[in-house]
Design a protein around this ligand. Structure first.
Ligand SMILES: NC(=O)c1ccc[n+]([C@@H]2O[C@H](COP(=O)([O-])OP(=O)(O)OC[C@H]3O[C@@H](n4cnc5c(N)ncnc54)[C@H](OP(=O)(O)O)[C@@H]3O)[C@@H](O)[C@H]2O)c1
Length: 351
C-alpha cells in the first residue's frame, strides 16, 4: 500500500510536449499540451508534484535533432526539465511522502518515476535548510555545479588573477564571479544593460561589469582588465568570445561553458576568428559538461551552501508564475535577456 497526500488517482497532470523541432527561435507551434490522469506508483516507484522548474538555455539544444552530450527530446515527448518537487505518493522508502526532491521532472505538474528510472531521473532528496527551493535550482543546483566545476577544475583560479565572465547576471555567471572573488581574483563581468551590471558590482562584489549593449566590449576590457585576462568563463560565445581572445594572457584558461548567442542561429555557429591567440599565449580553451561531475556534486553543494550561510555568497532567482502553460513564452526570456538571475517557473505553491 502506498501512503499519499491527495490520491494521485484524483489528479490530472498538465504536460508540455515537443510538437515539432524549431528553426531559429522556438514558437508556440513547437509545443502541444496534454492532460493525463496520474496513476498510483507501482512497487518501488514514486509520484512527485512539481513545485518549480528550472528553465535553461540548454533546453533549446535538446529540441534539436542530432548528436549531443544527451539525446534530443523526441517529438511527442514531455519536454525535459530539471525541477524541485514534493513526493506525493511513494512505494519507495528512500523517498517518503512529503519529502522534497530535485531531479529531471519534465515540464508537467506531476512526475511518475518507476523504480527502474529513479537513478536515471537523478531524483535526490534536498535539505531546505541549506537553501530555498529556488536556490536548489540555482547555486545549489545544476547552474551552481556548472560554475563550481568549470571555474575550479578547468579554470583553476589563483589569487591575484583576472577572471572575466559573460552572462554575469545569469544563473551560472553569478556564482562564477562570486566564487572567483572568494578565491582572491579580480572579477570582471559582461552583461546586458545597466541594471544587471550595477547588481553584479554592488550586490555581488564584482570589481567591474561591462555592459555589452552599451559599447564595445574591447574598450571595457582595456579599462577593467589592465593586466589582461587569465581566465575567461564563456557563457555566450560569438563576438564576445572573439573579443576576449584578443586580451588573454600567457597560459590563460578559457572555459567553454555555453554559447547562448548562437543557439537560435539559422546560420552555422560563428567560430572564433581569433583562436590563434591561444597559440601565441600558450593558452587553453576547454569545453565542459556539468553532468560529468555528478559524483562530486555533494562536495560542491556543501561548499556553496556554506558560502550562502556565511553570507559570502548570495543569489538571485527570477521566478515566473503561470504554471506549465506559461512555459513556451517564459523560456524565450533567456534568449532576449529578460531574465534577471536564474530563470525559474513556478508550478505549484510550496505549502
Ligand atoms: N556546459 C554545461 O554543462 C552548462 C550547464 C549550464 C549552463 N550552461 C550554459 O551556460 C550559459 C548560461 O546559462 P544560464 O542558465 O546561466 O543562463 P542565464 O545566464 O541565466 O540566462 C541567459 C542569459 O544569456 C544572455 N544572453 C542571451 N542572448 C545573448 C547574446 N546574444 N549575447 C550575449 N548574452 C546573451 C542574457 O543575459 P544578458 O541580459 O546579460 O544579455 C540572458 O539573461 C548558457 O550558454 C548555457 O547553455 C552550460
Amino acid at each position: 500500500m502506498s501512503t499519499s497526500l491527495p490520491s494521485p488517482g484524483s489528479l490530472s497532470n498538465r504536460q508540455v510536449r515537443l510538437a515539432s523541432r524549431p528553426v531559429g527561435t522556438p514558437t508556440r507551434d513547437n509545443w502541444h499540451f496534454t492532460d493525463e490522469a496520474v496513476a498510483e506508483p507501482a512497487a518501488g516507484g514514486v509520484v512527485v508534484q512539481t513545485l518549480y522548474l528550472s528553465l535553461d538555455p540548454a533546453m533549446r539544444g535538446w529540441m534539436n535533432e542530432g548528436k549531443s552530450y544527451i539525446p534530443p527530446v523526441g517529438i511527442g515527448e514531455v519536454m525535459r526539465a530539471g525541477g524541485v518537487g514534493r513526493v506525493l505518493a511513494s512505494q519507495q522508502p528512500d523517498f517518503p511522502v512529503g519529502s522534497l526532491v530535485t531531479g529531471s521532472l519534465g515540464v508537467q505538474q506531476y512526475c511518475s518515476v518507476p523504480a527502474d528510472q529513479l537513478r536515471r531521473s537523478g531524483l535526490t532528496r534536498i535539505d531546505p535548510r541549506a537553501g530555498s527551493l529556488t536556490q536548489w535550482l540555482n547555486v545549489l543546483g545544476m547552474p551552481g555545479m556548472t560554475a563550481y566545476f568549470g571555474l575550479m577544475d578547468i579554470g583553476q583560479p589563483k589569487a591575484g588573477e583576472t577572471v572575466v565572465v559573460s552572462g554575469a547576471a545569469g544563473a551560472v555567471g553569478q556564482t562564477v564571479g562570486q566564487l572567483a572573488k572568494i578565491h582572491g581574483c579580480r572579477v570582471v563581468g559582461i552583461a546586458g544593460g545597466p541594471a544587471k551590471c550595477e547588481w553584479v558590482v554592488k550586490e555581488l562584489g564584482f570589481d567591474a561589469c561591462i555592459d555589452y549593449k552599451a559599447g564595445p566590449v574591447k574598450d571595457g576590457l582595456k579599462t577593467h582588465c589592465p593586466q589582461g585576462v587569465d581566465i575567461y568563463f564563456d557563457n555566450v560565445g560569438g563576438e564576445i568570445l572573439d573579443t576576449v581572445l584578443t586580451r588573454i594572457n600567457r597560459k590563460a584558461r578559457i572555459i567553454i561553458c555555453g554559447a547562448i548567442s548562437q543557439y537560435n542561429n539559422t546560420e552555422p555557429v560563428q567560430g572564433p576568428k581569433n583562436y590563434l591567440s591561444l597559440l601565441v599565449n600558450r593558452a587553453r580553451m576547454e569545453g565542459m559538461v556539468v553532468f560529468d561531475y555528478a559524483d562530486r556534486y555533494p562536495q560542491a553543494v556543501a561548499e556553496l551552501a556554506g558560502h550562502l550561510q556565511s553570507g559570502r555568497m548570495s543569489s538571485r532567482e527570477d521566478v515566473v508564475s503561470g504554471g506549465v502553460d506559461a512555459f513556451p513564452d517564459t523560456l524565450l526570456k533567456l534568449f532576449t535577456g529578460e531574465n534577471f538571475g536564474k530563470l525559474v517557473l513556478k508550478v505549484a505553491d510550496e505549502a
